[in-house]
Design a protein around this ligand. Structure first.
Ligand code: ADP
Ligand code: MG
Length: 613
């Protein structure tokens, strides 16, 4: 008898790309989009009808409507700052939930009656508590039951370890994606994967390489024309796209011709960019950042008490490991070739599916077990006596970095002044002895301590770090048992049900408000039928505005493509017309948009025919 398996999916919610996978016939498998894409860009666009576009379609709208499009949202996860998209303010996890919802759509058709799909979502090993909670929340907002948050390099190791029960030794996972870098050292024996140490940087990845290239290109324009294209949102978006394209080409070629015929205008004169960039130049630009990754590799090895020669396999994960220099650095350190059978784009999602399969029971036969570590130290700020002097803001570590999780540790502290009735517990993560130089996770007060002499009252502080990498802190006055518990995030008021409903409502409202017109017509509704009749003129105007906007967007995209094929004067004329339409699209109105669009379409027909001659 086979029980009906509940859907548990694994999701790689990446800075640049995202993917969803699950177990199929005993093996992890990527679930493709309806358009058969195995990974989709983590880009969100809200169109003029309040519809959400995610993935390649959103990328397509980016140049035409940058203010309605957001990419690399993962870089903001855990922040309390709302971001603007289509003039609406949303929290990073709210925007991320739109990506997750899109991925959910890929599997939802298979489970039409299931409302609760469980998910394992991956995060960079070096993600902080707030970033993990925001990720979990994003999953919940998308309608998943978030079963586990697991570290990306650990997921990669799981995907690799599956089906290799006899493999013994140490593997090193080097994960350099679009926004983050992680390295983990994992020991494998008899189907057990034990993470020994992790290190990383949440703000280091291919995006940074793009910005360095972008600056290089922009500086060139500044030097030649005295105009900074970075100040123009559209030019900046064009440059960013070109920078990424150039970077990828440089992984294949030693030199690349970079050409943007029309980037921006200087006093109505068109300005373009035409330069050559060599791989050597690019490698020099990113040298410091790559060096930082190798330093983190060295640190992870040292924390695991291993030498490079102790590593049996190196797995390269993340799109940026396609850069030849990265492979060269790895060869220099380990004196061997990295594995070539690991797909840098899909491994993390597949590993998340493996974790999901272990949970659902679909993979028990494999008896794969994994353990993970806390990649950073966690503790509190205290007064510390060094010799005869007292030092404040000393970082007292309660859970040292690379402790195996889950873990609960208690340390005892004492009051520092006579009659002290309360203590402030300031929680940090990081590696500096100076608490304030570390990352603050929050603080709370323990009150109700009996008045006593300094040092006479003891306070037990307990840290619990769970398998999802989420921290709970408790403080207890030993003499009277008075206790306070906080989940670090409770303090930020974001774990409450109320906050959750507010988030859902905010997303709903944002989509409604982002519409440039109201297109909620329900023609089956009798009442609406009357309105349709009564407001026929109004509605048809609105409907024609909707199709007008679509037409205009298409024409703009076509114009932008055509520009590079034209001579300078024609290109200038066309781009001016494109710009005019774009400006009108920001705040569209039927008559002016129709006129500008007609002119643009005329030009497109003329120039297109010219191009064909
Ligand atoms: P994430 O996990 O952050 O979503 P990915 O693993 O998908 O990221 O990697 C995306 C990054 O890899 C992007 O910055 C992209 O530009 C970069 N990338 C993809 N292919 C190449 C390539 N051939 N050469 C250099 N960088 C690449
Ligand atoms: Mg990734």
């Amino acid at each position: 008898m086979k029980s009906k398996t509940r859907p548990i999916v694994g999701i790689d919610l990446g800075t640049t790309n995202s993917a969803i996978a699950w177990i199929q016939e005993g093996k992890p498998a990527i679930v493709s989009s309806p358009k058969r894409e195995r990974i989709i860009p983590s880009v969100v666009h809200i169109d003029t009808r309040g519809q959400v576009l995610v993935g390649q379609d959103a990328v397509g709208s980016k140049i035409a409507m940058p203010s309605r499009t957001i990419s690399a949202i993962k870089r903001h996860m855990g922040s309390e700052e709302p971001l603007s998209i289509a003039d609406q303010m949303l929290l990073p996890e709210e925007i991320s939930s739109l990506i997750l919802k899109e991925l959910k759509g890929f599997v939802a058709t298979t489970f039409p009656d299931e409302t609760a799909i469980e998910a394992v979502i991956t995060v960079p090993a070096y993600f902080t508590d707030a970033q993990r909670r925001a990720t979990k929340r994003a999953g919940e907002l998308a309608g998943f039951v978030v079963e586990r948050i697991i570290n990306e390099p650990t997921a990669a190791a799981l995907a690799f370890g599956l089906g290799k029960p006899d493999q013994t030794g140490h593997i090193l996972v080097y994960d350099l994606g679009g926004g983050t870098f992680d390295v983990s050292v994992v020991e494998m024996y008899s189907g057990i994967l034990e993470v020994k140490a992790s290190a990383g940087n949440n703000l280091l990845g291919g995006e940074d390489f793009d910005w360095l290239l972008l600056d290089y290109m922009a500086e060139h324009v500044v030097a030649e024309y005295g105009v900074d294209p970075r100040l123009d949102l559209r030019a900046k978006t064009l440059l960013k796209e070109k920078a990424e394209e150039t970077k990828k080409l440089l992984s294949m070629s030693e030199r690349v011709d970079v050409s943007i015929p029309l980037l921006c205008f200087k006093d109505k004169d068109p300005i373009g960019l035409a330069i050559e960039i060599t791989r050597v130049q690019f490698e020099a630009m990113i040298d410091d950042l790559l060096r930082e990754t190798t330093e983190l590799v060295t640190r992870a090895l040292a924390d695991a008490h291993l030498l490079p020669t102790d590593i049996n396999e190196v797995l390269l994960v993340g799109g940026s490991t396609r850069i030849p220099k990265v492979r060269e650095l790895i060869r220099d350190i380990f004196e061997m070739e990295p594995r070539t059978d690991v797909d840098p784009d899909e491994t993390v999602a597949l590993g998340a599916a493996v974790q999901a399969g272990i949970k659902s029971g679909e993979l028990t036969a494999e008896s794969l077990i994994s353990t993970d570590v806390a990649p950073f130290s966690m503790g509190i700020s205290v007064l510390h006596q060094i010799g005869a002097s007292m030092r404040s803001d000393w970082f007292s570590v309660i859970i040292p970095r690379n402790t195996t999780i889950p873990v609960t540790r208690t340390e005892q502290y004492h009051t520092s002044s006579d009659g002290q009735r309360a203590v402030s517990i300031e929680i940090y993560q990081g590696e500096s002895e100076q608490a304030k130089e570390n990352y603050s996770l929050g603080e709370f007060m323990l009150e109700g301590i009996p008045a006593n002499l300094a040092g006479e009252e003891a306070i037990d502080v307990t840290f619990s770090y769970n398998i999802n990498g989420i921290l709970e802190v408790a403080a207890k006055c030993v003499s009277n048992g008075k206790e306070m518990h906080i989940s670090v995030h409770d303090q930020l008021q974001r774990d409450s049900e109320e906050e959750f409903s507010q988030s859902l409502e905010r997303i709903h409202q944002a989509l409604a408000n982002s519409r440039l017109f109201d297109d909620e017509f329900d023609f089956d509704d009798e009442e609406m039928d009357i309105t349709v009749e009564a407001d026929d003129e109004f509605l048809s105007a609105n409907r024609s505005l909707a199709s007008l906007i679509d037409e205009a967007k298409l024409a703009v995209a076509k114009g932008q493509r055509l520009v590079s094929a034209l001579d300078e004067l024609a290109a200038k004329n066309l781009l001016q017309q494109v710009d005019q339409v774009l400006q009108l699209l920001e705040n569209p109105e039927v008559t002016s948009l129709r006129n500008a669009l007609d002119d643009l379409v005329d030009m497109l027909i003329d120039y297109d025919m010219e191009g064909e001659d």
